[in-house]
Design a protein around this ligand. Structure first.
Ligand SMILES: Nc1ncnc2c1ncn2[C@@H]1O[C@H](COP(=O)(O)OP(=O)(O)OP(=O)(O)O)[C@@H](O)[C@H]1O
Ligand SMILES: [Mg+2]
Length: 271
């Protein structure tokens, strides 16, 4: 089972958007996918349901030992399930975040997810590489870093890469960088082009996804409706929803996501 954190040093770069839509695209490709809201703010829940704050979630599973099966939420896709952040009491948030920092507390949760047959767990994390995110990076197999195409990008990217290298020096099982996904790109803006060129120049090509997520008002529209981009009805699918499908396909190859015993079943439409 692959455990993939969606993390970045900077806030507001599109982590939650990426976690939700990438999980949806991966599930559509047949991978049994668990989307986990590991951000105590509960951003996945807030993006998907007006009643999100009433859902139990990761907090109850990890901190109170509530059974995984009673918490995990079904979706319209049989292959996609969700664990929301949970109802974390305000006065417990800092204790909860601190308890995740060393990376050991999620191991039983991942074991249960693996036993439940998931191929892929995608975790939305809070911004920054410390606190709960640090613990998640210590316990996940991979991390995908969304990177906004803006002037500060390079600086924060290099800090992120250094931090991930340091984690791997301390512990060779720490997460590997699956890749950097460029987001909120305005392909017609000259400055964006320069930043993209610079990022592709300084990072090894295998660390930057080819799929580049455009800045697209459809993201706000989907978020207002509380759904992944791929579920929005009316007219042709927005370009960005197709780019998430491409990103999922790239990721699948990079992570060597294979289910050999089911390989025929995976490609077959009729089951
Ligand atoms: N490609 C895009 N085009 C247009 N708007 C976008 C795009 N991606 C994200 N947004 C918008 O940018 C804002 C931040 O996105 P998001 O919440 O996904 O970022 P985040 O990194 O999870 O933020 P935080 O650090 O607060 O958790 C949201 O309002 C979202 O709708
Ligand atoms: Mg977020």
């Amino acid at each position: 089972m692959i455990t993939l954190a969606i993390s970045s040093l900077k806030g507001g770069v599109g982590k939650t958007t990426c976690a939700i839509n990438l999980a949806y695209s991966c599930a559509k490709r047949g991978w049994k996918t668990l989307l986990v809201d590991a951000d105590p703010q509960g951003s996945v829940g807030l993006s998907l349901s007006p009643s999100a704050q009433s859902y139990l979630g990761l907090y109850e599973i990890v901190a109170s030992g509530t059974a995984f099966d009673t918490i995990v939420l079904k979706t319209k896709l049989e292959t996609l399930k969700i664990v929301m952040a949970g109802k974390i009491p305000t006065n417990e948030i800092s204790k909860w975040c601190a308890s995740l920092q060393d990376g050991t507390r999620l191991a039983p949760f991942f074991k249960t997810a693996q036993e439940a047959g998931f191929d892929l767990v995608i975790l939305d994390t809070p911004s920054g590489l410390h606190g709960p995110t640090e613990g998640i990076l210590r316990s996940c197999s991979h991390v995908l870093v969304p990177q906004q195409c803006e002037p500060l990008a390079l600086r924060s990217l290099m800090l992120t890469v250094d931090f991930l290298n340091q984690l791997q020096t301390e512990n060779e099982n720490a997460c590997a960088l699956a890749g950097v996904a460029l987001t909120m790109a305005d392909p017609d803006v000259e400055d964006t082009k320069k930043i993209v060129e610079e990022i592709r120049r300084v990072l090894p090509p295998e660390l930057v996804f080819q799929s580049m997520l455009p800045r697209d008002a459809a993201v706000i529209h989907a978020s207002m409706k509380g759904m992944p981009l791929g579920l929005v009805r009316g007219g042709a699918p927005p370009v960005i929803s197709l780019v998430f499908d491409q990103l999922a396909a790239e990721l699948e190859t990079k992570l060597d996501l294979t289910a050999p015993e089911q390989s025929d079943e995976y490609v077959s439409l009729v089951v």
